[in-house]
Design a protein around this ligand. Structure first.
Ligand SMILES: N[C@@H](CCC(=O)N[C@@H](CS)C(=O)NCC(=O)O)C(=O)O
Length: 203
């Protein structure tokens, strides 16, 4: 099993999950210049990461699909919820929110030119994204008010939240006063699996 990643990108969530699972895997760093190469486009038609490639050559893209696949392939790791149907739905509720709302709102902060070609409008676009992200992180902070993990038990959703919180810090999103989120971030940062994935990515 091989994970294709960019350092610190959303693929870090898969990398952490692979560490938590503890089964053999390889991690392959993709260079940015390689993303649109013929070889990588065969793995990922949009030219992105993450991609998971199984030993028999089967390839899977889309972070939410990869994370769910890993939980199902390695159920003993217990990362797909509390074992109930509703527990799994809760994990997917937060994964969906992180992937389709929070992650997407970062895109103007990373690549504003993909949204507006006029550079004079980039600062305003990015400020709007930061304001929206503050709302998202406030909601996430509230969710953590009476639990250590997003869904109560450690799950696939937590590494994704860790990754987007790292981005928020790097991109000057206002996280002031979000104490539960700060504690969550510290707890994750101190985790041995998180540290192993980060070191492997040179972070
Ligand atoms: N819908 C995809 C989005 C993946 C995505 O946004 N990947 C980013 C890194 S976090 C990427 O590869 N960016 C490089 C690029 O778009 O040029 C998923 O959820 O897996």
């Amino acid at each position: 099993m091989k994970l294709y990643y960019l350092p610190g990108a959303c693929s870090l969530a898969d990398h952490i999950v692979l560490e938590w699972i503890g089964q053999p895997y390889e991690a392959h760093q993709v260079e940015r210049a390689e993303l649109r190469s013929e070889a990588h486009l065969k793995r990922h038609p949009v030219g992105q990461v993450p991609v998971l490639v199984e030993d028999d050559g089967w390839q899977l893209t889309e972070n939410v699909a990869i994370l769910n696949y890993l939980a199902d392939r390695f159920p003993a790791a217990g990362l797909g919820g509390d074992g109930s149907v509703r527990g799994r739905a809760e994990v997917n509720r937060w994964l969906g929110y992180l992937n389709s709302e929070v992650h997407q709102t970062f895109k103007p902060l990373f690549a504003p030119q993909r949204f507006i070609t006029d550079e004079r409008q980039h600062a305003e676009l990015q400020d709007t994204a930061r304001t929206k992200l503050r709302q998202h992180f406030t909601l996430l902070d509230r969710q953590l008010a009476d639990r250590d993990w997003l869904t109560g038990t450690r799950s696939l959703a937590d590494p994704y939240l860790y990754v987007v919180t790292r981005w928020a810090k790097a991109k000057q999103v206002n996280l002031q006063g979000l104490e539960q989120l700060a504690r969550f971030h510290e707890r994750m940062h101190a985790d041995a699996g998180v540290q192993a994935a980060m070191q492997a990515e040179g972070l």
